[in-house]
Design a protein around this ligand. Structure first.
Ligand code: DGI
Ligand code: FE
Ligand code: FE
Ligand code: FE
Length: 188
């Protein structure tokens, strides 16, 4: 296992400065949420730093990775917004040598959420949404709710993201709907 500085360098060469600065803010926000929720701080740091590691890869690279790891072929019908998390975790493992499944799941699920999310996954999902650079309407309420109750924050983000996608008439990834059913609609 390398140092944080080595990890930072490996990430920075793959990301534009704006994206890299977002990643650093997600790390710091994840550390605060981890502390508040009894989550391992080192894992929160690493997961925050690597969550968008694959964001700037080409579509061709993602398709090759889906084939290499024989991931769900339905993924081929989606694009960077979904791939950089779900498929991005495979780049994190293959290129950065991170094998911790909790960290890899936090990367996989940071955009869409998931039916089952560990506390670390919830921390990263929420840190990405409320980091101090985010300015979307309602962000102050999202921060307040999340600091009070992490799981309530997950429900808030999930509901608002789905409403946003529907308003845009954007395609909704099936995993996003499953997350909504579990975390917002309370389906067992
Ligand atoms: O990578 P970031 O910009 O830091 O944030 P993110 O990974 O949470 O990506 C957020 C974007 O992903 C946001 O524009 C909404 C989009 N998104 C989330 N769920 C879905 C989705 N886009 C589509 N088309 N379908 C989804 O289910
Ligand atoms: Fe992302
Ligand atoms: Fe997000
Ligand atoms: Fe992000």
């Amino acid at each position: 296992a390398g140092t944080r500085a080595q990890l930072i360098d490996a990430i920075h060469v793959k990301l534009r400065d704006k994206r890299f600065e977002h990643v650093l803010r997600v790390e710091q926000t994840a550390l605060v949420l981890a502390e508040q929720n009894g989550v391992d701080l080192e894992k929160a740091s690493i997961a925050g730093l690597v969550h968008d590691y694959a964001k700037q890869r080409s579509d061709k690279d993602f398709v090759a990775m889906i084939e290499k790891h024989q991931l769900d072929p339905d993924l081929l019908n989606w694009g960077n917004a979904i791939w950089h998390g779900v498929v991005g975790a495979e780049f994190v493992r293959d290129e950065l040598g991170i094998n911790d499944e909790d960290i890899l799941n936090a990367v996989r699920h940071h955009t869409t959420g998931a039916v089952a999310m560990s506390p670390l996954e919830q921390v990263v999902y929420m840190a990405d949404y409320i980091e101090p650079g985010r300015t979307v309407p309602g962000i102050e309420e999202a921060r307040r709710i999340t600091n009070e109750d992490l799981q309530a924050g997950v429900a808030y983000q999930t509901a608002h993201t789905l409403a946003y996608l529907i308003k845009q008439q954007a395609p909704v990834y099936p995993g996003t709907i499953l997350t909504y059913n579990r975390w917002v609609a309370g389906k067992k």
